[in-house]
Design a protein around this ligand. Structure first.
Ligand SMILES: NC(=O)c1ccc[n+]([C@@H]2O[C@H](COP(=O)([O-])OP(=O)(O)OC[C@H]3O[C@@H](n4cnc5c(N)ncnc54)[C@H](OP(=O)(O)O)[C@@H]3O)[C@@H](O)[C@H]2O)c1
Length: 326
């Protein structure tokens, strides 16, 4: 089968298309013929061994992905496609089912076929969705849901979603609204309308207004793009308010330390938990018309380097999809 492989950490140019052996599903696995996948920030960070985040994070990243070279040659965590074969012990899926999901750090979706355990994050496609539309459901969706679930969002709670135009931010706005919170979203001028259309009650253009200096306060600040910090947000949080980060090594320590005290806290799930039920939850929200993954650009699999370079600008709006010609 055709796949995008890489054998050393480095810039996007380490990626190349190669013919490799098609995976054979174990007895508890499903073989998926991938029609669409994405390039997301996990792919980018893993490919460069997180070198942009400093030596400590890069070393940790290599411990997970392979110290000298990547243990898994094929990136891509999000997928949508068709079940091609199932292992003997698989009950939930049958050949021909249309499915989507997320293989996490097992990756493997930048290929014509991938295998994944039926108990992992895989579900049937939401009714009426195409493969291209479904491929980017989970990256922003699961990351945002994992953060917001701990925030006790409900009617009457005020949240600021900062970086509301990224994969996690666009998902965060929609989920916060679903939970009934009063949502303020921060993004660039060009995305104000989009973010409003996702359900934000009000939007702040970060190019003209600094939310940390406008006197407004929130029960929760969700830093969906890793561009602010707990310290900068302190005056914008209500007493007992929560700061939810998506990035930043120091937040690991703050998330362990700040909950020991009454008052404002950093909350982050350690280790991260994104169960299969969350994928099914997102599917139900889509079918109820309450959630949609935002797609910025689509590229054919062969243009993976170009797609990756665009993701690396950190300026995508929502998600970048790769399509695989059948
Ligand atoms: N996606 C993942 O798999 C994953 C997993 C764990 C953690 N993370 C971390 O979570 C963060 C968000 O990930 P993501 O995939 O959602 O990012 P993303 O989609 O690449 O975010 C891009 C968006 O961020 C906006 N942005 C850039 N600079 C900004 C700023 N200073 N203030 C406000 N918005 C800004 C950009 O809009 P403008 O340029 O128009 O402002 C763009 O729409 C990243 O730090 C990432 O490392 C990601």
């Amino acid at each position: 089968m055709k796949a995008v492989v890489y054998d050393k950490y480095g810039p996007p140019e380490v990626l190349r298309i190669e013919e490799v052996a098609q995976p054979v599903p174990n007895e508890d696995e499903v073989l998926v013929k991938v029609h669409a996948t994405t390039v997301n920030r996990s792919d980018v960070h893993t490919r460069e061994a997180n070198r942009g985040s400093g030596l400590a994070v890069s070393l940790l990243s290599r411990l997970v992905s392979g110290v000298r070279r990547p243990r898994r040659r094929i990136l891509g965590s999000e997928f949508a496609g068709e079940v091609e074969a199932v292992g003997a012990a698989v009950n939930e899926f049958a050949v021909g089912d249309h499915v989507f999901g997320n293989s996490g750090l097992r990756f493997g979706a930048h290929a014509e076929f991938m295998s994944i355990r039926e108990s992992a994050r895989i579900s049937r496609l939401p009714a009426g969705m195409t493969f291209e539309e479904a491929a980017p459901i989970t990256d922003g969706g699961l990351n945002a849901l994992m953060c917001l679930k701990v925030a006790d969002l409900r009617k009457g709670r005020r949240i600021l979603v900062y970086g509301a135009s990224g994969a996690i931010g666009t998902a965060g706005v929609q989920l916060a609204r679903h939970f009934g919170a009063d949502v303020t979203a921060g993004c660039n001028t060009k995305n104000l309308e989009l973010v409003r259309s996702l359900g934000a009650d009000r939007v702040i253009d970060y190019t003209t207004e600094d939310f940390t200096k406008n006197g407004q306060t929130y029960d929760v600040i969700f830093d969906a793009v890793g561009k602010v910090s707990f310290r900068r947000c302190l005056d914008s949080l209500e007493p007992g308010g929560l700061y939810l980060p998506t990035d930043g090594f120091e937040n690991l320590f703050l998330a362990l330390w700040t909950p020991r005290f009454r008052g404002k806290k950093v909350v982050f799930q350690i280790p991260p938990r994104q169960p299969k039920q969350d994928v099914q939850f997102l599917k139900r929200l889509i079918e109820a018309g309450e959630y949609r993954p935002v797609i910025d650009r689509r590229y054919p699999l062969e243009d993976v380097i170009e797609a990756t370079k665009y993701v690396e600008t950190q300026q995508k709006t929502g998600n970048v999809v790769l399509t695989i010609k059948q």
